[in-house]
Design a binder for this molecule. Structure first.
Ligand code: C5P
Length: 219
């Protein structure tokens, strides 16, 4: 059916930030609103896919026609992704996952002291890289890249290092692009490192462009 080109396809989308606990009341987070990932999940569902949206803490509301799994930390997101990845045909990793988390999580609220406080951080699992290693030839894996400098080279490096089929670059250098805004400006690289540059658009129209790029490589 032309109206449902992704009918029967199992799709996983991650969205939003992760929160890494410091103590029971504090965390390390980031400015991701989840808007881009939710718009993508919505568009993929409209194309007929069976969508599971794995969302970090966000105020976004998901459409009715998709499954939503809410997580808080990078570790929880990793476990949720792992639990369904083997059965997924298409995976789009839009979440802004924390790269580091506090090594110790205090069980009680940390009291203010006279001295400065040093927090030791440890690396989280790179979920996308881990899925890239597990990926089978019939699975499509799409990653995002947000850079402030030398962005095209980093995006291409990510595509190869993480074994991706597409990488979507959004630049913080463009006004109206990235985190909280309702618009975004992207460049998509495919495996052949061919580049497609798009105009600034609403995140729902950006989602349509990303879906079109996915449809081009989906069988
Ligand atoms: O390497 P970098 O973190 O910039 O790559 C960004 C891409 O990797 C995004 O698609 C993001 O969702 C994913 N990612 C991830 N797990 C991490 C860090 C990033 O899945 N721990």
């Amino acid at each position: 059916k032309k109206a449902s080109p992704l009918f029967g396809k199992k799709v996983m989308v991650t969205a939003g930030p992760t929160y890494e606990a410091i103590d029971p009341v504090r965390f390390i987070g980031n400015h991701s609103s989840g808007k881009m990932g939710f718009a993508l999940a919505d568009e993929l569902a409209k194309l007929g896919a069976d969508v599971t949206l794995i969302a970090g803490p966000t105020a976004q509301k998901a459409a009715q026609n998709l499954k939503r799994i809410d997580v808080v930390s990078a570790q929880e997101m990793f476990e949720a992704c792992n639990s369904i990845f083997a059965e997924t045909d298409i995976t789009v990793m839009c979440a802004a996952v924390a790269d580091y988390r506090p090594k110790q999580v205090a069980t009680q609220k940390i009291k203010k002291q006279d001295s400065d406080l040093v927090l030791e951080l440890e690396k989280t699992t790179d979920i996308l890289a881990s899925l890239g290693r597990a990926k089978k030839t019939n699975q499509i894996l799409v990653g995002f890249a947000l850079e402030t400098n030398d962005e095209e080279n980093y995006a291409k490096g990510k595509l190869e290092k993480k074994n991706l089929d597409l990488v979507v670059l959004n630049s913080l250098n463009d006004k109206g692009a990235g985190f909280k805004s309702d618009t975004n400006k992207i460049t998509i690289f495919n495996k052949a490192l061919e580049r497609t540059v798009f105009e600034m658009k609403s995140k729902s129209d950006v989602a349509k462009d990303i879906c079109a790029a996915i449809l081009k490589i989906a069988k």
